[in-house]
Write a protein that binds this ligand. Structure first.
Ligand code: ATP
Ligand code: MG
Length: 332
């Protein structure tokens, strides 16, 4: 990211599934990078992937509520709708139309061996796997390529999806005309895979997350029950001691220190002392974000305006790209 010399030459797209409130994994995995780049002048697009929750029935029942919660999290974290475009992909028909030519560029075998899809299927709590689920990575390619983004701030779990987006861009360009799409690059943060309280990837849908919106007491309670180990000497060793190391990383990010420095300050005081440090660091770091969130939450009409304007901007961009795609394909 430090290599960005001319912010106006880049465009970022990234986003989230509206499956619940955003958590610390999102914040330190991607959201903070989005805001940082927006603030130095890179154009930012944020997609709320509402078609990708049709497979989660419990969420789909209150989609509007979930979408508004995401907008709140974005605004609280510093995404500025005057500069950034926040949109739902279901509201942008031309984006979705890209799915058809893109699907023709990938094989069923490629889709079914995608590790992120496999993992999402494993956690989907559905008895049957829908066809839509297999198209998620291709849909994500449409999300990224409709606005010709070249940088995608994501967590580690999304790297296979991004690789497929690069493949689709390359194959499209090879078949229909050079230079229509860029091959976007992933932008990983210092926390590409923050662990949840159970020691697996912090996820909205796994009940192991500390949300940005959580209260200070709830945060303390959640961190208290986080999985650690029995070694009283606290040390940073992501491979040998993943749970303790993820907590150290979390505190370090909040305190603007290194995980080793935080470990050193705790020494042999054990997991309880580590959790106390983490709780205080997280609550202090999130306090202004939580205050802003509560402020924005009072004005639901404003959230809808942000989305309406974002959707309009995204539609204009998607129409232009689709026209270019159709011309390249001699369409149809
Ligand atoms: P779900 O469980 O519904 O899939 P999620 O918590 O995995 O939700 P997504 O909406 O799938 O969240 O992911 C949004 C973005 O946040 C992606 O770029 C993803 O890589 C990133 N992200 C999610 N969880 C983490 C995490 N624990 N650490 C780092 N990045 C994360
Ligand atoms: Mg996910």
């Amino acid at each position: 990211m430090d290599t960005i010399t001319d912010p106006t030459r880049h465009r970022i797209l990234t986003g989230d599934r509206p499956t619940g409130r955003l958590h610390l994994g999102h914040y330190f995995g991607t959201l903070q990078n989005r805001v940082r780049l927006q603030d130095i002048g890179v154009e930012l697009y944020v997609v709320i992937a509402d078609y990708q929750v049709l497979t989660d029935r419990d969420v789909a029942d209150d989609l509007t509520g979930h979408v508004e919660e995401l907008v709140l999290d974005y605004l609280a974290a510093g995404v500025d709708p005057a500069r950034a475009t926040i949109f739902t992909h279901s509201a942008v028909p031309a984006l979705n139309q890209l799915l058809l030519p893109f699907l023709s560029l990938v094989s069923v075998a490629e889709l079914s061996r995608n590790p992120t899809v496999k993992d999402e299927i494993a956690h989907s709590r559905q008895s049957a796997v829908s066809g839509l689920m297999f198209t998620y990575p291709v849909h994500q390619a449409a999300d990224i390529l409709f606005c010709k983004a070249d940088l995608v701030p994501v967590g580690q779990d999304q790297l296979p999806h991004l690789e497929l987006t690069r493949t689709i861009a390359r194959r499209f360009n090879d078949r229909y005309g050079a230079g229509v799409f860029p091959e976007p690059e992933a932008l990983l943060s210092k926390a590409p895979l923050l662990l949840g309280t159970d020691g697996t990837k912090m996820s909205k849908s796994r009940g192991n997350a500390i949300t940005l919106a959580a209260g200070a007491d709830e945060t303390a309670r959640l961190i208290k029950r986080a999985k650690t180990d029995t070694d009283r000497h606290i040390g940073y060793d992501p491979v040998g001691r993943p749970e303790v190391s993820s907590l150290l990383l979390l505190a370090a990010l909040c305190l603007d220190r290194t995980p080793s420095q935080v470990a050193h300050s705790i020494g042999a005081a054990g997991s309880a002392a580590l959790k106390k440090v983490v709780t205080e660091a997280v609550n202090e770091y999130l306090a202004p974000i939580r205050a802003r969130r509560a402020e924005y939450a009072r004005d639901r009409a404003y959230l809808r305006t942000v989305l309406r304007e974002g959707n309009e901007r995204a539609r204009a961009v998607a129409d232009t790209t689709l026209a270019e795609v159709r011309a390249a394909m001699n369409s149809l």
